[in-house]
Write a protein that binds this ligand. Structure first.
Ligand code: AMP
Ligand code: MN
Ligand code: MN
Ligand code: MN
Length: 287
């Protein structure tokens, strides 16, 4: 499969913090010309069967997917897993443990928001949650917008829920090495998600890429809804430098919130190895 394949290997459904069902995402992906799709809900694989079946129904090739929250260098880093066996017990256990702290964290976030006069945020956020194990900052953002505290998601994440702002609660997510091993030992490929989004120093970023590679990580997102055009080139270079395959994904969450639609990004730059080349045997082919 060529570098120019319309692959979208990063998006979210109601099983985590997206607003569309796996079926609605599949229909939208197909309408937008996606040829190879993966649903990558945060810390969850509960939507994988539905997504794979919907991909079949819409004649798209499919790779299993998830996006795991990791703590690294005092920040949160996301690692996408692709093409794993969704029935792997160790992966399921690791994901369940990663989801485990979310509810307590959410209650603490609400207590922090109450201190600045925003009451009822936990109950408010819960109204937007469809998976009770997966309450996220996105659900708080939806509550804060509908309660007219903020006008959009951008404003929410400038004023609240990020480090140093009300509603931010430091959290210990999974370890990088464990996460990469859960994915690779389930037969999948670990991919560093949207690397340009992290506030890492050059040394920390080098450490992330090196340690990721040592643990068995094989890919990095190059073309993502979170990167600028200049960053596509920058991370294509990083992929080559570290011997990593390149991935492409919109990170679509919602028609009302996401600025990058499924399947709408430019192709991968030439001169990189696409992740789908190394994952050829893991692809569930359309009928
Ligand atoms: P959590 O996993 O609960 O920490 O929530 C992280 C999610 O919040 C991300 O996956 C995004 O969906 C959303 N998010 C984080 N930062 C921003 C931002 N600056 N703008 C919009 N959404 C954001
Ligand atoms: Mn999200
Ligand atoms: Mn992410
Ligand atoms: Mn994402």
């Amino acid at each position: 499969m060529p570098t120019s394949l319309n692959a979208d290997l990063h998006c979210h459904s109601v099983v985590s913090d997206g607003t569309l069902t796996p079926e609605a995402l599949a229909a939208r992906a197909q309408r937008n010309g996606v040829q190879l799709w993966a649903l990558t809900d945060h810390d969850e694989i509960g939507g994988q069967q539905r997504a794979a079946a919907a991909a079949q129904a819409h004649a798209m090739d499919y790779l299993t997917g998830t996006e795991i929250s990791v703590s690294f260098a005092n920040t949160t880093v996301h690692i996408v897993g692709l093409g794993f066996d969704a029935n792997n017990a160790a992966l399921a256990q690791g994901l369940a443990a990663t989801r485990g702290g979310r509810d307590t964290r959410a209650q603490e976030m609400a207590q922090d928001l109450a201190r600045v006069g925003i009451g009822g945020a936990y109950e408010g956020a819960l109204k937007y949650v469809s998976n009770p194990e997966l309450i996220s900052r996105t659900h708080f953002a939806r509550f804060l917008i509908d309660a007219k505290v903020c006008k959009d998601t951008g404003e929410v994440f400038r004023k609240y829920l990020i480090e140093g702002k009300p509603g931010f609660v430091p959290h210990r997510w999974a370890a990088l090495g464990d996460t990469v091993r859960w994915i690779t030992q389930a037969g999948g490929m670990a991919v560093i998600a949207h690397p340009a989004r992290y506030r890492l120093t050059a040394n920390e970023e080098f450490a992330l890429f090196s340690e990721f590679k040592q643990h068995g990580g094989q890919g990095v997102e190059v073309v993502t809804g979170s990167h600028s055009v200049a960053e596509y080139a920058e991370y294509a270079d990083m992929a080559r430098e570290f011997g990593l395959a390149a991935s492409r994904g919109s990170d679509f969450h919602s028609p009302d919130e996401s600025h990058t639609d499924l399947g709408s990004l430019p192709p991968l730059p030439s001169g990189v190895t696409p992740v789908w080349e190394l994952l050829a045997e893991r692809i569930q082919h359309a009928p």
